[in-house]
Design a protein around this ligand. Structure first.
Ligand code: ADP
Ligand code: SF4
Ligand code: MG
Length: 328
C-alpha cells in the first residue's frame, strides 16, 4: 500500500499491578495505521481503549507499564524510549486530543502563548513566524476573528471552541499521528458532529493519521477508514469500516451495531447487548464474550479464539471463519 505504516502496534500488553495481583488491561493488541488514515477504536467503557492510546503516546502512569509488544512510529520503536525522548515525540510527532479540552490547556496562559510555545519547542521558528502560524491554525480550525481571539484565555471560549483550540494545538508541530480519545464526549450533542468533521478534514488535508477512540459506533461510522473493536482488553474484530458495519463477523460487533439507530436499517429501536462487560480482573475463561453471546456453544466456554481473517475483516470468534456474517 503506502509502505511503512505511520503507526504499527505489535502484540501490545499493558499491565497494572493491584493489591489482588496483576491486571492485564490490554492483551496482545496488534494494529496498524497508514498515513492519513483514521482508525476508530470502539468498545464499551472499560474495554481498554484509552489504555491502548495512552500506551502509544507513552502516558501509562507507573506502576502501570507496557509489559510486552512493540510500538513503532514510522518504522522507529517508541515504546522503550527514555521519558525525555518520549516527551519530544509527543507534541512533535504525535498530537493528542482528550475528552476534556481543559486537560490540554493551561488556564493561566492565553491560547496564543500555548500554541506559539508548542510550535517553537518543536519547529525551528522565530516568535513572529510562530505567531503567524498560530493565527493560521486557529483560522483553519474555525475560530472566528482568530487574530484577536489568540490573546484570550481558555475560559473565554465555549466548550466546542475550546476543543477546536486543542485541535489546533495538537496540529501545531505538524505531527504524523493524532490520538483523539473521546474528543466529543464532553461536548454538546449539537456540536459533536462539527468537531468530528473538522478533525477528519484537517487530518485529510495534512495527511495526518488518527487513532480515534470512542464508545460511539455512530461516530466511527461517520469518520473511520478502519475499525478495531475492543472487548475486555482485546481486539475482537478489526477491518475496513464498511465491512465491520455492514458485515460484522463478531457477535459483539453485531451487538454494538444494534446501538446505532441510523445504520442497521432493520433495527428500529436501539438494542442493548444484555449483560455487562466483565471487569478485567474477572474475565471468564474461553471467549470473554461467551456469557453474553447468543451463539455461544461448548468450545466458547473452554477455548479462547484468536483473531482470524473472516471476509475482509479479522475476528476472534469460533464462528467467524465459517459464517458469512454472524446472524444478529
Ligand atoms: N491507572 C490504572 N490503574 C489500574 N487499572 C487501570 C488504570 N487505568 C485503567 N485501568 C484498567 O484498565 C481498564 C480499561 O481502562 P480504559 O482503557 O480506560 O477503558 P476504556 O475502554 O473505557 O477507555 C479499566 O477498566 C481498569 O480496569
Ligand atoms: S467464540 Fe463463541 S461465545 Fe465467543 S463470540 Fe464467537 S460464538 Fe460467541
Ligand atoms: Mg476511555
Amino acid at each position: 500500500m503506502q509502505g511503512v505504516p505511520i503507526l504499527s502496534v505489535d502484540r501490545l500488553r499493558v499491565e497494572f499491578p493491584t493489591r489482588r495481583g496483576t491486571l492485564v488491561a490490554v492483551h496482545d493488541a496488534s494494529f496498524e495505521i497508514a498515513r492519513g488514515e483514521v482508525l476508530g477504536v470502539v468498545g464499551e467503557s472499560g474495554a481498554g481503549k484509552s489504555v491502548t492510546g495512552a500506551a502509544v503516546i507513552g502516558l501509562i502512569d507507573p506502576p502501570g507499564r507496557i509489559a510486552g509488544g512493540e510500538v513503532r512510529l514510522d518504522g522507529v520503536r517508541i515504546d522503550n524510549l527514555p521519558n525525555e525522548r518520549m516527551r519530544k515525540v509527543r507534541g512533535r510527532e504525535i498530537g493528542a486530543v482528550f475528552q476534556d479540552p481543559l486537560t490540554s490547556l493551561n488556564p493561566l496562559y492565553t491560547i496564543g502563548r500555548q500554541i506559539v510555545e508548542t510550535i517553537r519547542t518543536h519547529l525551528p521558528m522565530g516568535e513572529a513566524d510562530a505567531r503567524r502560524r498560530a493565527v493560521a491554525l486557529l483560522e483553519e480550525v474555525g475560530i472566528p476573528a482568530a487574530d484577536r481571539r489568540i490573546d484570550h484565555y481558555p475560559h473565554q471560549f465555549s466548550g466546542g471552541m475550546r476543543q477546536r483550540v486543542v485541535i489546533a494545538l495538537a496540529l501545531a508541530a505538524k505531527p504524523k499521528l493524532i490520538i483523539a480519545d473521546e474528543p466529543t464526549t464532553a461536548l454538546d450533542v449539537s456540536i459533536q458532529a462539527q468537531i468530528i468533521q473538522l478533525l477528519k478534514r484537517l487530518c485529510r488535508d495534512h495527511a495526518t493519521a488518527v487513532m480515534l477512540v470512542t464508545h460511539d459506533m455512530g461516530v466511527i461510522a461517520e469518520t473511520a477508514d478502519r475499525v478495531a473493536v475492543m472487548y475486555a482488553g482485546r481486539i475482537v474484530e478489526i477491518g475496513p469500516v464498511a465491512d465491520v458495519i455492514h458485515r460484522p463477523r463478531h457477535p459483539y460487533t453485531v451487538g454494538l451495531m444494534g446501538s446505532i439507530p441510523s445504520i442497521g436499517a432493520t433495527v428500529e429501536r436501539l438494542t442493548q447487548i444484555d449483560g455487562t462487560m466483565p471487569r478485567l480482573d474477572a474475565v471468564p475463561a474461553g471467549c470473554a464474550y461467551h456469557p453474553r453471546c447468543p451463539h455461544a456453544f461448548d468450545r466458547c466456554r473452554r477455548e479462547r479464539p484468536e483473531l482470524v481473517p473472516a471476509g475482509r475483516t479479522s475476528a476472534a470468534c469460533w464462528l467467524a471463519d465459517v459464517t458469512a456474517g454472524v446472524p444478529a
